[in-house]
Design a binder for this molecule. Structure first.
Ligand code: CA
Length: 223
């Protein structure tokens, strides 16, 4: 899962980035509204954390511009003051959630996770597919209750596929959501990664749709 943080306070941005990365999110940071707008317009993020008070282009205008161009990325706004007016204006401009500064990083993480969950239509915090369970809060994967060791990249790929369960995910889509902005994306690397995942999990879990990509089957597991 890939997150964009748009925040001009470098210290706050850094704190958010570090805590998201600890939960194995890929994080890009923009320090002004123009850069944030550009990144959000060109890169496929799974969620955006957007400060409202930003240089060059304020967060509210940025959000309105995205929504007008039908960019529906889930957005959590950071309001500077705990006033109801700012929240209402932000929500009406198309924000999906808000958090007033100062906030606890743990609450921010919980809200971002909930945002991503809602956007992909999952109600439960634990992602399930057949015998495999993935718990974003602890970044743990288990199969039939047995914990499975994963590299950060394997975890990210599995999490993305599980979020998109039942849908076909192309190699390029997958790589865009598991690598950072400037990393080289090679489709052979994705094939190797998928094969490693198949080796660690049920080999039938991830199906190849020839010429299209990969798909986790919807199974009757209530998730
Ligand atoms: Ca600010």
């Amino acid at each position: 899962m890939r997150i964009l943080v748009v925040e001009d306070n470098q210290q706050v941005a850094r704190q958010i980035q570090v805590s998201l990365e600890q939960e194995l999110f890929i994080v890009d940071v923009a320090y002004d509204g123009e850069e944030g707008w550009f990144l959000g317009d060109t890169e496929p993020y799974d969620a955006v954390i957007l400060d409202l008070g930003l240089p060059k282009l304020d967060g509210l205008s940025l959000l309105k511009t995205w929504r007008q161009s039908s960019n529906r990325v889930p957005v959590l706004i950071l309001t500077s003051r705990d006033t109801w007016r700012e929240k209402v204006v932000g929500l009406r401009a198309g924000a999906d959630d808000y958090l007033a500064k100062p906030f606890e990083l743990e609450e921010l993480l919980a809200r971002v996770e909930a945002l991503i969950r809602r956007a992909s239509g999952h109600a439960s915090p634990v992602l399930k597919c057949g015998p495999v369970e993935l718990e974003p809060v602890s970044a743990q994967v288990s199969m039939r209750g047995v914990p499975i060791n994963m590299t950060a990249l394997e975890y990210r790929a599995l999490q993305y596929l599980m979020q998109k369960k039942g849908k076909v995910v192309s190699k390029s889509e997958l790589s865009e959501h598991i690598y950072g902005q400037n990393l080289e994306r090679d489709s052979n690397v994705i094939e190797v990664l998928i094969n490693r995942l198949r080796g660690k999990l049920d080999s039938s879990l991830i199906e190849t749709r020839r010429g299209l990509g990969y798909q986790l089957q919807e199974t009757n597991d209530g998730a």
